[in-house]
Structure formats: C-alpha cells, structure tokens
Design a protein around this ligand. Structure first.
Ligand code: PLP
Length: 396
C-alpha cells in the first residue's frame, strides 16, 4: 500500500517554483543565471507598512486573532472594495487567509464535490488546476488563443458550461499573459453567465493594481446580477510588494465565506497577527507608490516587448497588466533548430545562456514561454541580449 494519498498523486509540484529552484541551484554552482521566473515584485515593502508591523509586535499584537481575519482588517478590506470597486460588503462577507493561495485552496476544498467541473481559461495560473484536482473536482481547461488576446470569449464560455459546472475562474490582469479584460469583455461573459444561474464565479484580482496605459480595471462582481454568486479574491502580495507577509482575502456570498473559514479553523487558524496589522496599513495608508511602481514596470514591459519582437522567430503581444509577457516561440520549433516543444526551448535556453523562463505548456498553452519582468533593467538588458544570441545561434 502506498504511503502517499491518491488525491496527492493527482497533482504535480508548481512548475514556476521548480524553475526558480533550478535557477537557484545553478547559481549556487557558480553559474551567472538570470531568473525571469519569479512571480513577485522586486520592490521592497513600503516603510509605513513595515512600521505598522513593528508597532504591532511592540504593542503585543502577537496573539491568535479571529480565524478568518481581525475586524480591523476586514473593515479595511470593506473600505477598499467601496473606494476602488464601488462594491458594498458586510463583515460576514469577508474572509482573510494566509495569501490568496490559501483562500483559493480553501474555497475549492469547501465547495467542490467529486466530478464538479471548474472552467479554467488557459493560459492559466499554474495552481488552479492542481487545487481543483486536490479538492476532488475536474478542471475544464478552455484554450484561449493569442488571436483572442489570450482571453475567454462569450462563445467559448457558453460551450464550456455543462450541468456539472460549479465555478468559472477569471483572472484579470492575468498571470501568465498580463492580459486584462475590458468592461465590455466582462459584460459579454456576464451575458452568458446571467442565464446560467447555477455557475459560481471566482474572480482572481490579485494583479488589480499592476496595470498600464490607462487600462480601466473592471471586476465581474460589479455586474449587479452576478454579485451574489461571485467570490472576489485579492491580496496585498503584488500590489504592496508583500509576498512574504502572506495575506490574501476574498469577498462574496456569506455561506461560502463561512465554509472557507471553517476549513481554516481546522487547518492553519488565523493568518499572522503581525501581517494582518501590516495589511491594515497597506489598505488604509498612502497609495501613491502604486502608480510610481506601475510606471517602472511599464518602462520594463516596453523594453522587453520591443526587444523580443526584434528577435527572428519570436513575437510578443503588449499586455496591459501584471508583470509578465507571454511570447510565442513557435517560429523556432522546427527541424532546423532541432527544438520540438516550448519545454525544449526553455531547457536549452537555460543550459546555453543561463536564462530561466517558464514554458507555456506549464500554463496550458504550448508554443509560448513566460517572462517575468519584475527584475532590474540591468538584468533585463542582459537577459534580452542572451535570448537574442540563443535564438540566432539555433536559427543558423
Ligand atoms: N493568483 C495569481 C494569479 C497569482 O499569480 C498568485 C501568486 O503568484 C496568487 C493568486 C496568490 O498570491 P498570494 O498567495 O501571494 O496572495
């Protein structure tokens, strides 16, 4: 009898974490590796937020809190939704977890029965399908092409919904493509969903504040007829450069919020009291740096997109959010280059030029790769020049 459970056998470790780990190992072995795999801002957490955490420690805010978040943090989250998204929630419609990741995991554990389907548009964030599998559900992957801007269309959504559909996951701006859904695109999806009354909607808004070119953020809970069955997940990791603090949250239907808290009560209990105090300051404190940082990301995005589009065999869309681009390497997968798949491409790139990126197939769409540009311009310049040499050398 195997000591490992059957449900664990259904899933694989995160491929993005695997790339980061491989890059770390090569670096430890003395190689000059540039890692473009990480999903976190390279900026530091702002000082006012750090100071709030220090104050929490000094004032003895170091005990267990309410399992699903302190009232102070829940109030700050309610204000955030009101201020930024014009959405009204009450305290019992909010839950706080140890990162958005835990909130999502708990949501699937709390709601999925065997065979329940979860529609996941691809390219997707790597954890969605595995979380669904772990919870006993069935991921239903819908491929969204480059021509569609890597976004789900109303037509594809309509076709994907069955009697077993429990959730639709939307992630805008997206990891791994950076694509953001416009209000009109969300309304088109909503027109389908309004008629399918049993489908729940999970909106992952974690990259809400990482957006460019006056892209107007719109979230599906803002469609009044869908608010009652939408769970909106967000967090402080990406917006406030707080990945290590582990605070994520969700707002939505009371019964789901209660169930999510119930799982947390028998697993991790409350997220760190200190991190929660810091998150209150993040949400209630000054917000100016968000725009300054988005400007720095935009500059890097423009550089990376331009550099990639100058390489023969590669082409890349210009996304309006997150800190990723998702270029195609299909032009380099042929007999001449002896590369068959995007995985071959990223492995050879790492071996030959010491640049770590993640293959598109890990995100559910073959023939692409993901670059995270949340690193310095110095690194990006070096990386782009190495990627160019690599592509030229295999294309000769
Ligand atoms: N959702 C998406 C699309 C992400 O990229 C991430 C992190 O990489 C998360 C959720 C979870 O973030 P955290 O657990 O740090 O809040």
């Amino acid at each position: 009898m195997s000591i490992i459970s059957n449900s664990l056998k259904r899933i694989k470790p995160s491929p993005t974490i695997a790339v980061t780990q491989k890059a770390r190992e090569l670096r430890a072995a003395g190689k000059d590796v540039i890692g473009l795999g990480a999903g976190e801002p390279d900026f530091d957490t702002p000082d006012n937020i750090k100071n709030a955490a220090i104050k929490a420690i000094r004032s003895g805010d170091t005990k267990y809190t309410a399992v699903d978040g302190t009232p102070a943090l829940k109030k700050a989250i309610i204000s955030k939704f009101k201020r930024e998204n014009k959405l009204k929630y009450t305290l019992d419609q909010i839950t706080v977890g140890t990162g958005g990741k835990q909130v999502l995991y708990n949501t699937f554990m709390a709601t999925l029965n065997k065979g329940d389907e979860v529609i996941i548009p691809a390219p997707f964030w790597v954890s969605y399908p595995d979380m669904v599998l772990l919870a006993g559900g069935k991921p239903k992957i819908i491929k969204c092409t480059e021509q569609e801007g890597f976004k789900l269309t109303a037509k594809k959504l309509k076709k994907a919904i069955t009697k077993k559909t429990k959730w639709l996951i939307l992630n805008s701006p997206s990891n791994p493509t950076g694509a953001g859904y416009t209000k009109r695109e969300i309304q088109n999806l909503a027109n389908v969903l309004i008629k399918k009354k049993k489908v729940l909607i999970l909106s992952d808004d974690i990259y809400e504040h990482v957006r460019y070119d006056n892209f107007n953020f719109f979230t599906i809970a803002q469609i009044p007829k869908l608010k009652d069955r939408t769970l909106t997940m967000n967090g402080v990791s990406k917006s406030y450069a707080m990945t290590g603090w582990r605070i994520g949250y969700a707002a939505g239907p009371k019964d789901i919020i209660k169930a999510v808290g119930k799982i947390q009560s028998q697993s991790t209990s409350n997220p760190s009291s200190i991190s929660q105090a810091a998150a209150v300051e993040a949400l209630n404190g000054k917000q100016g740096f968000i725009k300054t940082r988005a400007k720095a990301f935009r500059y890097r995005r423009n550089f990376v997109v331009k550099s990639l589009n100058n390489i023969e065999g590669i082409h890349c869309l210009t996304p309006n959010g997150a800190f990723y681009v998702f270029p195609s390497c299909k032009g380099l997968l042929n007999k001449k280059t002896k590369l068959k798949t995007d995985t071959n491409f990223v492995q050879r790139l790492l071996e030959k030029e010491n640049v770590a990126v993640v293959q598109g197939s890990a995100f559910g769409l073959d023939g692409y790769f993901r670059i995270s540009y949340a690193t310095s311009m110095k690194n990006l310049k070096k990386a782009m020049s190495r990627i160019k040499s690599f592509c030229e050398s295999i294309n000769k």
